[in-house]
Ligand binder design. Sequence first.
Ligand SMILES: Cc1cc2nc3c(=O)[nH]c(=O)nc-3n(C[C@H](O)[C@H](O)[C@H](O)COP(=O)(O)OP(=O)(O)OC[C@H]3O[C@@H](n4cnc5c(N)ncnc54)[C@H](O)[C@@H]3O)c2cc1C
Length: 382
Amino acid sequence: MQHFDVIIVGAGSMGMSAGYYLAKQGVNTLLIDAHDPPHTMGSHHGDTRIIRHAYGEGKQYVPLALRAQELWRQLENASGAALFAQTGVLTAGQSDCQFLQEVRESAERYSLPLEVLSPKEVSTRWSGIQLPDDFSACLEPASGVLFPEKCIKAYRDLAIASGAKLLTGTRVTGLLTEGDEVIVQTNSENYRAQKVLLSAGAWNPSLLASLGLSVPLVPTRKTVAWFGADESLYSSERFPAFIFDLDDSSFYGFPSFDRTGVKIGRHDGGQTIHPDQLDRTFGTFLSDEGDVRSFLETYMPQAAGPLRDGRVCMYTMTPDEHFVIDRHPDCPQIIIAAGFSGHGFKFASAVGEATSQLLLNETTVHDLSMFSLSRFSEQSQG
Ligand SMILES: Cc1cc2nc3c(=O)[nH]c(=O)nc-3n(C[C@H](O)[C@H](O)[C@H](O)COP(=O)(O)OP(=O)(O)OC[C@H]3O[C@@H](n4cnc5c(N)ncnc54)[C@H](O)[C@@H]3O)c2cc1C
C-alpha cells in the first residue's frame, strides 16, 4: 500500500487549495477526486463567484476574507492567470435589514472602504437598477468576482509542479484508522497516510458517517441562470456584482462578462437531495427560471431578457449556515472542511492555508472557533 504524509479526499475548491499549500512546503501529498477538477459535478462550476470583505453573515469572517483576497492575489502572481475582477459588490435590502447592518458594521470595525447609497443614488449611478424608496444599499468597491474553475486549475497545476500527486476519476469509498495512520479506501486501490483532509463537498456526510460521525450537513440542489441583458447597462466594465437580502428571499448575481448576459441565482431555498441522485437538468422545477426572472423584472428589468443558459449546482448547508472546519473529535489525524453553505468559495484560498496548517501543526494562525463541530452538540443540549 502506498504511503503519503497527507491524503486529501476531494480535490475541489477547498481540497485543491490545501494540496497546493502542503506540496509547496515539500509535504508528500496525494489528492484524490472522484472527477477531474475543475468539473461540473460538485459545487464549484458556473464561471463566477462573488468575493466580499464586509460580511453580512458575520463580521467574524472579515479577517478570513481579507486573507483569502491576499492569497488569491498571490495565486494570480504565481500562476500568471487572471482570477479576480474588481467589479465591486453592491448589497441592497430594506433599510433596517440585519444583513446590511452587519455589512456596515464590518466595514466600520475593519476600516474597509464602503459607500452607503440611497435608492436614488443607486439608480443615478446604475440606471439598470430600480430600488423601492424604503431600501438602502452599500457598494464595496474593493471586492468583486473570482473565476472558480480558473482558480482550481491554477492550484492544481502549481500543486503538481510542487510534487503533489493527483488521482482523478477515483472515488474514496471509506476511511479507517489504524494506530496513528488512516487507510483511505477507493474504488481501485487503498492508500495509507499520516493525516487526511476530508473535503468532499456535498459527499462529506456519507464519508463522515463511515467514520461514525453524524454532522448536520444538508446537500441542496441550486440553480443559476444567464439572461440576455442590455450590455450598455450591465456589462462587467460598468456594473457591479450584487446581493439582495429581501424579507422572504435572497438573490445574488453578476454583471455580463464577455457579453454572456447577467447571471443570477437565488441563495435561499432549493431542494434537499442526495448528491448521487441530483437532478442536473435546469428547468425541471418552474422555480429554476421563474424565481430569478421575477427578481430581475422587479429590480433590473432591462436584464430580464431571453434565458441564455441555466445550470444546476449544489450547496451543502449547516443549520446556522456557518462552515465546519475542525479536527475529527476521535481521530485527530483527520481534518474536516465541510458545510460551506453556499458562501465558501471566496474563502477557499484561506481555508486551504488554514487546513494545511492544522494538518501539519496543532493549530493555525486563523481563528476558526466559529466553525467548530462542538457547536452542534452544544445546540442540541439546548
Ligand atoms: C450556484 C452556486 C453559487 C455559489 N456562489 C458563491 C459565491 O458567489 N461566493 C462564494 O464564496 N461561494 C459561492 N458558492 C459556494 C461555493 O462554491 C462552495 O461553498 C464551494 O465551492 C464548496 O467547496 P468544496 O470544496 O466543499 O466542494 P467542491 O468544490 O464541490 O469539491 C468537492 C470535491 O470532492 C470530490 N469528491 C466528492 N466525493 C468524493 C469521493 N467519495 N472521493 C473522491 N472525491 C470526492 C468532488 O468530485 C469535488 O471535486 C456557490 C455555490 C453554488 C452551488
